[in-house]
Design a protein. Structure first.
Length: 84
């Protein structure tokens, strides 16, 4: 059960990282377009910043912390079991 939960968390984090990387690529392209007066969606990206992109970044950071703590706890528990 625990392994299934961690695998699900890792899958969601993998999807989320691609969303965040896609948002960054969109931002970079839109920013270059804006500097050249070509409309490439910077205004749309900016409207999506707070309701979509910021939560995706927060979930990514929280998930990385939770995944790291879960791995550390797993290691400590397996070390403790190997001593017994």
């Amino acid at each position: 059960m625990k392994d299934k939960l961690l695998n699900g968390l890792n899958t969601l984090l993998m999807i989320n990282i691609f969303v965040v990387l896609g948002a960054f690529a969109w931002f970079a392209i839109a920013l270059v377009g804006r500097s050249m007066d070509i409309p490439l969606g910077f205004d749309i990206w900016y409207k999506l910043w707070q309701p979509v992109i910021q939560p995706a970044l927060g979930i990514l950071m929280l998930g990385a912390i939770v995944s790291g703590i879960a791995g550390w706890v797993n290691k400590k528990l397996s070390d403790r079991q190997s001593l017994n």
